[in-house]
Ligand binder design. Sequence first.
Ligand SMILES: NC(=O)c1ccc[n+]([C@@H]2O[C@H](COP(=O)([O-])OP(=O)(O)OC[C@H]3O[C@@H](n4cnc5c(N)ncnc54)[C@H](OP(=O)(O)O)[C@@H]3O)[C@@H](O)[C@H]2O)c1
Length: 288
Amino acid sequence: MMKIAIIGADGQLGTDLSKVIAKDEQIPLTINDIDITNKEKTFAVLKKHAPDVVINTSAYHQVDKCEEELQPAFAVNTFGVKYLARACREIGSTLVHISTDYVFDGGKDRPYLETDMPNPQSVYAISKLAGEQCVKYVLDKYFIVRSSGLYGEAGCLGKGGGNFVEGMLKRATSQSEIKVVTDEVLAPTYTLDLANKIYELIRTRHYGLYHIVNHGQCSWHEFAVKIFELLGRHITIHKITAKEFITIARRPKYSVLKNEGLARLKMDNLRSWQDALKAYLVEKGYLR
Ligand SMILES: NC(=O)c1ccc[n+]([C@@H]2O[C@H](COP(=O)([O-])OP(=O)(O)OC[C@H]3O[C@@H](n4cnc5c(N)ncnc54)[C@H](OP(=O)(O)O)[C@@H]3O)[C@@H](O)[C@H]2O)c1
């Protein structure tokens, strides 16, 4: 039996990790228990619990806000990760650190592999990549897990409790026509599937960098169309380009990840994004 600390246990991914990890193995920690930007407290809390594994789901990830608010972005996504890595090294814990598809610049037209060179295009992505580097240079026993377009039952705490699916459903209650970006392509991922795979992966002790996403790819527009198609609702969804939908931070045009590392371990049995989306809609009670 392992003792697994979950940092950000009430977040979107943290909630699903808390569901899938055996109750007697998990130590769920919220920001009230541990704030990773506080070095002394981070060391003290981890020393007290002495977990075998620490899963860090925390992030400062309001991507546009990060462009103006560099300090909190680096405090959580880089320095906090460094403190965690140091604490893990001291107590001999394995660190599982969650990162992002946004470390890539989006210039590719085929799914990104773990061996592809990152080239972050925003402060958020730079701070996340720097966090990855801190994990790598401090620790030998680590998993860095990059994922993409997360949605899960709890909603994303760092983004006001919603996610893309909930955002679309909300907009459809007040607008008869919706505009969604068509030239950003990704592999949206259900946090329940990600949580299950992380739990499986940590048991292998095959440390390293992994991409973990649901299979396939779509634009945000195609994702939105699929939500309403599955629900049998007729909503007009117009295509717009990222240029028309102006945001402060630059986002990659193409950030589809390939689960190459998992495939090497013969563990890449994630379902398609369409099947995962359907399961999410069922879990939320929108679909039977
Ligand atoms: N959401 C996406 O689409 C997406 C895509 C790719 C990668 N990711 C990565 O996936 C991870 C999980 O995302 P998510 O959607 O589950 O995020 P989330 O719902 O915002 O959860 C993050 C959790 O971390 C906590 N937290 C924030 N700052 C902290 C700090 N300084 N110390 C300790 N805990 C802190 C949050 O608590 P409070 O909110 O109470 O502060 C929350 O419980 C993140 O690392 C993110 O970068 C996300």
